[in-house]
Design a protein around this ligand. Structure first.
Ligand code: TXA
Ligand code: MG
Length: 322
């Protein structure tokens, strides 16, 4: 295919992006979490192209992006807990895995043949405008080659997928910076499949719902393999005394580094910076033949999601997807 277009996030850019999606093409769109690679979720051909562009294993299902809760009801069964979670957090960085209903109309590959579907209503105005203009549900995984670091800028998207997708809408950096929290609402409770932009503490405070921990026995979200977000360099975590030569990523005033996730020790800022800092650290480490070390990050609030992504980035490599 030809060169990937960089579109402005204005009315003309969104109209062009909607035409591309309606014709079965691929457009990377900004969301509040990370850039997503969007395509028509009702078109088998368009969905097949997402898997091909990312090199994503076909067992790893996609999140369907919707304009609001009204668009969720024809696709999935919302339990009272699901209704409460959607009312509290949509639009926003929460994905709900729910039982599919008959006649949903989604391409089977979206759910990788599972009886459930992951639904999300993004908060970013550009994502919302594209979903509205396209007039259909959009399947959108993070807009990176499978297994690599998620993109939080249009430049990151192009580094990985230039020439493999029709367009990217460039709206600058993503304000949350880390992917959505995924909850499965299929077995009575709300089980955490992936920590993300909304913490279990916040979910409890706003809805009274107690989030169950991931069940360690199965990989419940098929994409959550241990190695992921993988930089080229070796990465070590919870390092308080960096060795000379290493590219050290700091956090907070007590643990400065050559790079830092947040000089002030602010977890929201650290989440926003995480993927861009990992990319920068990887470039420095490659130039120097060094390893990357990262200071300890508290495991509260969005720090849970930051530690999850760092642990996957540090894990030994294996086949991966997402
Ligand atoms: O913030 C986000 O969620 C971003 C933006 C673009 O919306 N999207 C994103 O998509 O992170 P992706 O494909 O990189 O991660 C989706 C995760 C995968 O781990 C996948 O296995 C899981 O969601 N998933 C999707 N459908 C599922 C289902 N029916 N059951 C369990 N897990 C599911
Ligand atoms: Mg991903």
């Amino acid at each position: 295919m030809s060169e990937t277009l960089r579109l402005l996030p204005d009315a003309a850019g969104i109209a062009r992006a909607a035409e591309i999606v309606q014709a079965g093409g691929l457009v990377a769109m900004p969301t509040e979490t990370v850039y997503g690679l969007a395509a028509d979720a009702t078109s088998p051909g368009a969905v097949a192209r997402i898997y091909a562009a990312k090199g994503r294993p076909r067992i790893n299902p996609l999140i369907v992006h919707l304009p609001g809760i009204g668009a969720a009801r024809p696709l999935a069964r919302l339990s009272p807990a699901a209704e409460a979670l959607a009312a509290a957090f949509w639009p926003g960085p929460l994905t709900l895995v729910l039982p599919l209903v008959p006649g949903h109309g989604l391409a089977p590959a979206v759910t990788a043949g599972l009886p459930t579907v992951a639904l999300r209503v993004p908060a970013h105005p550009v994502a919302r405008a594209l979903i509205e203009a396209a007039g259909r549900p959009l399947a959108a995984p993070s807009a990176n080659p499978s297994g690599l670091v998620s993109p939080t800028t249009a430049d990151h998207v192009l580094e990985g997928l230039s020439g493999r997708i029709e367009a990217v809408i460039d709206a600058g950096s993503c304000p949350v910076g880390i992917e959505s929290t995924i909850l499965a609402l299929t077995d009575g409770g709300a089980r955490l499949l992936r920590p993300g932009g909304i913490s279990p503490e916040t979910i409890r405070e706003k809805t009274g719902i107690e989030v169950l921990p991931p069940d360690g026995e199965t990989i419940a979200a098929p994409g959550m393999l241990r190695s992921h977000y993988a930089p080229q360099a070796r990465l070590r975590l919870d390092v308080t005394a960096p060795s000379s030569g290493a590219v050290h990523v700091g956090f907070g005033p007590e643990h400065p580094g050559e790079l830092t996730l947040s000089a002030e020790g602010d977890l929201a800022e650290a989440a926003r910076n995480l993927f861009a800092v990992l990319r920068a650290a990887d470039r420095l480490a490659a130039a120097r033949g060094a390893e990357i070390t990262v200071a300890p990050i508290p495991r509260r609030g969005i720090g849970l999601a930051i530690n999850d992504r760092l642990a996957r980035a540090a894990a030994p490599r294996e086949a991966s997807g997402g």
